[in-house]
Design a protein around this ligand. Sequence first.
Ligand SMILES: [Zn+2]
Length: 343
Amino acid sequence: MNLEPCRERMAHMSSWIDGALEAGTLFFNAKGKPAMLEPPAAPVVDTHAHLSMAAPKDASPDERRAAAAEWLARAWLAGVTWVVCIVDASEDGRDARAFLSWLSETEDAAQREIDVALSAGLVPAFPHEPLRVGLSAGVHPYGAAELEGCLDSLKTLLASPRVVALGECGLDYHCELPHEVQRAAFVRQLELAKEFGLPLELHVRDEVGDAFYEAHREALEIVTAADAASLGIDLHCYTLGPEPMEGWLALGAKVAFGGAMTFKRSDEIRDAAAACPADALLTETDSPYMAPEPLRGRTCEPAFTLATADLLAEVRGEFLGEPRRAPFEAAWRNAHALFDPKP
Ligand SMILES: [Zn+2]
């Protein structure tokens, strides 16, 4: 993206345009230093972003909409043209109708921001690729005890034409909620996924230091027993080595790599990223959490998927000799294979 014509005008533009300028792959790290991200080799998907958290919890819906619209617009300009927004029926999606209209308004606002940026001369990474905002609705393991109380909201969300997946749902044994409560909520949501014919966005996290991967093993058992793997699986936020990934790959799951893969001590995750078959790779952020290097410490936003995708390409180039384009194109294809409606 050519920033020169924009730099000249910067002084006269709204503060949003300053932000948009960042989207041209020039971002600023937590210390305020510029960090240039490599332009993407193909359009990029952020398969996991919490758009309603683009602004602090006490912000008004209008403020949250404006902040999320900026996220989406910057992402699109930078080449992250498709964002899957996560909504939790026990939290931000409790009022399902209000959330769905908020999301539509947010997308419209993002489109207006994009139009402003284009008329100001910003050159997007993929001008012919439309902005796409999908939705994945579920109840996070943290909210497992509340599932029954918000089933109506969840079903309303799942019936939205915008929905591409059910989740995030799964098991989190790092959290103190009893395992049986989590398992029951997980099983119930697998039934819903089948009823609505939706793939799964899974959140699976073991207790800290659990060398036996209990949460992963049990989640695999539950998905297998429910015969739900054929719906399609996005194993969100993969943070382990190659070994615990194998059972998921055997079920045909796709594995989403996010900011954690870029952290200095994440050699294990990078090994997994190299070991993962190309047709199982996905990219994500988990915005507003887990900003990747070199932007670690900042509030994460979907555009930052570029940093993870770039490192993924570097790792696979180094380990497998793959050309840089290959993992970009694979992750894009895989997201379509998983989230596009099946004929
Ligand atoms: Zn999440």
